[in-house]
Design a protein around this ligand. Structure first.
Ligand SMILES: Cc1cc2nc3c(=O)[nH]c(=O)nc-3n(C[C@H](O)[C@H](O)[C@H](O)COP(=O)(O)OP(=O)(O)OC[C@H]3O[C@@H](n4cnc5c(N)ncnc54)[C@H](O)[C@@H]3O)c2cc1C
Length: 398
């Protein structure tokens, strides 16, 4: 494995880095502490959208896409570099749901008309998306979902309830899984739709987190008419559409890069902060903890490189168990890091929105919200099941 990048790739890294360094200086104080901040606070949301427009103007939101759809066919390595730089700078402007989750499906599974209609507004940062998949009774076991879509002329009429829809209150459009065949209880009866969130019959109700922040929503669908031309893939083949994904990097490098930056700032804090007249960085327990985290973050970064390498060599499917491992490692590492940071900072870690708050008070929020990372997009247990089935060749059930 050769970790060196080419001079062109290094130049690209510098270009991305210069951009984010310059722009992130203007980020609101709360930016970068959590997903809740992006969607819950007007200042963060406006900043996010403004930066998205700037990224779009450079053509960077669509760089990995094929040239015929306005992209540059950016290689997996170039995508990796972008994610690395963005994570390290706590960058804004990339709509995770639209760019990272939906576009790979559209590129592979949508028809030409749908691609021409939906890709350009995403590339121009004019349309932000929410994922309408989970339901009160269907999370990990998504194939059991019950929201119904019934064909009526040129439309489908949708009725049901979605939950945990991140940022639905900010989104312009949603991608929805609904049951078109009630006889089929599992994945074979589902279809995949693109839904304008302003369609009559959609009601969005906030679910506030314990700390009062607003990321999640319930979305109620009452006789919502979705044009049949907004169905991606064939009727009852929505599960296949939802699993289709273009060759986009899936290494979790952004999260490890983010942790690297956090660790650097925490080390600086320990160097500068005195307790009983001595810098905390001299405390043996603090030093042990910091060095342990440095080891784990470096291991994580190396693991991301190996996901990338396997994706380049063998494609998404071969790299899937490794990508699942990277997700577990990165999200659980964020939790260990945050808990350790709070212990090192001590009681002051609870202070926020005050000039006395250490490290801008970021850990007060992170501490409360980091657990959700190992549930979002598939829980750690589901990821471990995937590793067993796809990586270790064990039976899916017993
Ligand atoms: C931060 C965050 C953002 C999210 N954003 C969205 C969004 O935008 N749109 C959306 O549709 N959903 C979203 N979700 C929902 C997410 O997809 C679900 O929380 C997730 O799929 C788990 O489903 P559940 O919460 O119903 O838990 P359950 O599926 O009920 O699981 C409960 C527990 O049982 C375990 N478990 C379940 N099945 C198995 C199994 N077969 N083997 C071993 N253990 C198992 C799980 O790991 C978990 O610990 C989000 C969740 C979070 C935390």
């Amino acid at each position: 494995m050769d970790f060196r990048f080419t001079p062109q790739e290094e130049a690209l890294r510098k270009k991305f880095n210069d951009f984010f360094q310059a722009e992130m200086k203007y980020a609101p104080l709360e930016w970068g502490t959590s997903m809740e901040a992006i969607f819950g606070l007007d200042a963060c949301w406006e900043f996010h959208r403004k930066l998205a427009t700037k990224l779009a103007a450079k053509g960077w939101l669509s760089r990995p896409w094929p040239k015929e759809y306005g992209g540059e066919d950016a290689s997996l390595v170039e995508q990796f570099i972008f994610s690395d730089v963005m994570g390290y700078n706590r960058g804004a402007g990339v709509d995770h749901w639209g760019i990272m989750l939906l576009v790979p499906t559209l590129l592979v599974g949508a028809n030409e008309e749908q691609k021409r209609e939906h890709l350009p507004p995403i590339a121009r940062a004019e349309r932000f998306w929410t994922q309408l998949w989970s339901e009160p009774g269907s999370g990990s076991d998504l194939a059991s979902l019950t929201t119904r879509a019934v064909r009526d002329g040129d439309d489908y009429v949708v009725n049901g309830q979605k939950i945990w829809s991140s940022g639905a209150h900010r989104a312009d459009w949603g991608f929805l899984l609904a049951r078109t065949n009630p006889q089929e209880k599992r994945s074979r009866g589902l279809s995949f739709f693109l839904v304008d969130m302003k369609t009559p019959g959609i009601t969005i109700k906030p679910i506030l987190s314990l700390d009062g922040s607003h990321l999640f929503n319930e979305v109620f669908l009452d006789d919502v008419r979705v044009p049949a031309r907004n169905m991606v893939g064939e009727e009852n083949q929505g599960w296949i559409a939802s699993q289709m994904t273009a060759n986009f990097e899936r290494s979790m490098i952004a999260l490890f890069a983010y942790l690297k930056r956090e660790l650097e700032e925490l080390v600086e804090f320990c160097r500068e902060t005195k307790r009983d007249g001595k810098a905390i960085s001299g405390n043996a327990l603090v030093r042990q903890r910091l060095s342990q985290m440095a080891i784990e973050i470096d291991i994580g970064r190396t693991f991301s490189y190996s996901v990338l390498w396997n994706q380049i060599k063998g494609g998404l499917v071969m790299a899937a168990p490794l990508a699942a491992g990277a997700k577990i490692l990165a999200t659980e590492m964020v939790q260990r890091f945050t808990f350790s940071a709070c212990q090192i900072i001590g009681l002051h870690a609870q202070v926020k929105e005050s000039r006395w708050a250490p490290l801008k008070g970021r850990y007060e929020k992170e501490y409360q919200q980091c657990l959700g990372l190992s549930m979002a997009g598939g829980t750690s247990e589901i990821m471990r099941n995937l590793i067993c089935a796809m990586g270790l060749g064990l039976p899916r059930s017993w």
